[in-house]
Structure formats: C-alpha cells, structure tokens
Design a protein around this ligand. Sequence first.
Ligand code: SF4
Length: 518
Amino acid sequence: MTVEWKWAEQADQLNSVEQLKLKQDGLDIIEEIREVYAKQGFASIPEEKFSLFKWAGVYQQRPKADGYFMMRVRIPTGILTSRQARVVAEIAQQFGRGLIDVTTRQAIQFHWLQVEDLPEIFDRLGEVGLHSYEACGDCPRTIIGNPLAGIDPNELIDTRPIVNEMEKTFLLNKEFSNLPRKYKISVSASIYNPAHAQINDLAFTPAVKEIDGEEVVGFHVWVGGGLSNRPHLAQQLDMFVRPEQVVDVAVGVTKVFRDHGYRQKRHRSRLKFLVADWGVEKFLEVLTEVIGPYPSRGEDRVVGWNAGYFTGVHPQKQEGYSYVALNIPVGRTSADEFFQLADLADRYGSGTLRTVNTQNIIISDVPNEKVEALLNEPLLKRLTPAPKTFEGYAVSCTGNEFCNLALTETKGLLHEVVQYLDQHVELDTPVRIHINGCPNSCGQQQIADIGLMGGKSKTAKGMVESYQISIGGHLFGAGQFNTPLKGRVAKEYVAPVLKELILFYKEQKQAGERFTQF
Ligand code: SF4
C-alpha cells in the first residue's frame, strides 16, 4: 500500500531529501538499479539518485568519483545460518575484495562493490533469505535484538518469532518506506539489555504485569532514543505490551513518527526530536488514538547492562550446550574467516552464527563435550574467546577508509591504540573504548567508558586529524552519555594520552571498582 503523502501540499517547506521522496518512493530505486544503472554503468547514475541508493542498503564509498559502493546486509537480531554466512563470504570474496565488517547494529557490511554487480548480489542474498534493502535510508532499518535469543538463560522469552514477524511487516512495505528519517528498532527479553534499548528510536525490554490474577510476561516500550551529534536517551511509555502485541505497537509508533515527525530540517527529523518536544505523555495519547488503549506499565525485568559483551564460553538454557563468543578486532573480518566460521558452526554447533552489536560473533549450540576441541581450532587464535583487556572491548565505525562523511581514520587507529594499551597497562577490569570518525556516531562513542570522536584541529603544522575524548558513558538504568574532556588530542598522541588517563584511573579507583559496571 502506498500512502497518500499529505506533505506534498507543503513541498516548499520540506528539505531536499523530502522533495526527492515526493517524486519517487525510495524503494523504487531497487528496480532502477537492476534495470538501468547496473546495465548502463556508474556514469549513468544521476547525482540526485545516490541518496535514494540507501533504500537498497547501498552507499557511495569514499572517494565518490571512483565509483565503488558499500552495502549493509540486515541480520535480524544478529542470527544467521552457516549457509547464509557462506553466501556472505562468497559475495565478499567475489565482489568486495574479501572484506567483511560487523556493524554496531548486528549487520554485515561489504565494501568495494560496483553497480554492475548489485543485481546479482541482491539475488544471491535473497536466495538465502537475506536482504540489504532498507538497511539504510529513511525507513525501519535492521531490527536488532538479543543475539542469544532462544538460547539465553537470562531471557524471559525467545524473541526470535517477534523479530521475524516485525521484519516481515516492515521490510519492503511502502506504507513505511517514507519516514522522516532513519528509524531504529530493538527487541530483547534479556534482563541485561544487550540491545542497548535507550539509544533506539523504539525499543522493547522485558517486563511482567499481574493481569486478572496472573503474572504475564511481556514488554515495556521506549521511544525517542538516538545518538548522532544531538544524542537523546529513549524514555519509557506508560504501557505494558504482551508478546503477541509487540508488532502492532511497533506499527503504531511508526505511524505516529511517519505522520507527525518533522520533515522540514533534516537534522531535526529523527523521532527523538518529536518525543522531546511532545513529552512521553502526549506521545502515548497520540499513539493510543492509533492503536487503542493498553494496560499501564508493569514491573521492569531489566536488572543490569552487559554492554553487548559475551566473549568466552557460557552455558545455554538448553542443558549440556554452550555458546562460544569470539572477539573480532574492531569489527573487521574477511571472507576467508567467514567461510571458516560457517564450517565451525556446522562442525561444532547447529550451523548458527550470531552477530553482536559490539562487532563480535558467537557460535551457538555447541555440545559441552565439543567445546575444548572448538577452542583449539586455529581460527580462534585471532578471533579469540579470551581477548586482551583493551582489544576485547574496542568498537569502531567505518571512518575515512570508506565513509564519505568521515573527518578522520578510525579502525586502524583504534586497533593500534588498544594493542599499545594492552602492552603498557595492566588492569583488572574491562575498559570499553569506542571511536567515531565524525559526530554521526555509528561507533556509538557516547555510551563508551572512553569515547573518541574524530575531527580536525588547526595546528602550527596545518590542519591535523584530532579526537575529542569523553568518559563515563553507560546504559544502566535510564543510561548516561559520557562527558567530553576539555580540548582535543592529535592522532599520534591518542595512545599515550589514553595510557595516562587509564593509569590515573587505576591509581585512584577503589578496591573492586570497575570502570564499567557489567
Ligand atoms: Fe562515517 Fe561518521 Fe558514521 Fe563513522 S560515525 S561511519 S565517519 S558517518
């Protein structure tokens, strides 16, 4: 169903992307790529069409003139089969110079793709039930969740069926493909909030409520979170939602955003600005007009925050089985490693891999008697379940290697920094370091113990890459963004400055105190 857009009457007040969306639904670009640009080549693509490529999950790679693209692939709640993983590896190997990144939304990212190959890549993904469609753009993006859904001893219910139904409801649905801005949803029933509820536009977290004398397991609903350069923490609505109602509520919230979200200034179009202006009481009133009344809030069942870290070997809720969570240094892996991961998932587990929003990966369903043999596999020397203190907690966005918005390099620097810290600092507690190459915060720096945000600084030697350092972010309780320290640090000084900062913390901290509380 295509919605009759009321904004056409106010076209002169809309931002340029909105004006483009009035002429063409973003999803139409998929057919256009297949039928026109893939056949006629990069030079045939009109400049204004590139911003619509995002609806196909495709961005121009830096430098734009070279004609390469990066592509994100949706992995709902991070769960993929070994067959899907092999297709991902084949695509990276054949079309993407062998590179695979795991993103902070549990997605897979390819680089170096060419427009001529996009139809075949779409088809190969589609054959195994994967899609890049709407992994970017002003639409519901990858639905993230608990990577341990279905095996987690700490989840109230298995959220896989809910995420799958939500994915079917939103994906390629023109009722929701023209939202005011990107729109991020998370669903988790874990008591440790692995899906970072407070930084999503819409999030569902576990709760219980006594209804008619019976304790019902369900969800609380959060709206209006998001990072970028004006970060907001999501707030809870006063409502309790049963598992079978989650998709209806998600549809309702999405309609409120679609119909009331701001479309004039693009930098104020995320749902967080509407929620901040209205307040959650008014938001719930408007939502109730769309979906009808729901019971008021029950009891929260989130008791802490694991920050999305699972590394190591841990028991599943299925007796006799474990999951083995591996570190992918700064989220960068390869086709070769992905083939090996798929093989290991088949040989030792149930053929299931799980991507994590900390850019790591899990092999699940390993019978306990096979764990030791898995731990001895050569691949687990690099993708280790026991990473060093700093390497194991490093998250990085794409940065200026590929991203056109980047002001600085990220992955290479962070990899060097954590290796330096692991050589020079001994600490008995993890320190989570996140880096962004610009204020857009794909590396989620505001929720890190130590966040690095790339920019430029004027020096006697001219403009240099520099980083703002912020400390103390977390998502316990309502959550708190980290606090920027004064000044900026040039690239070559980041490692020694962080060393001094962490040594100062080590000296001052109380016995048993952890930088991070998980
Ligand atoms: Fe690009 Fe900025 Fe996002 Fe990094 S944070 S991937 S530099 S847009």
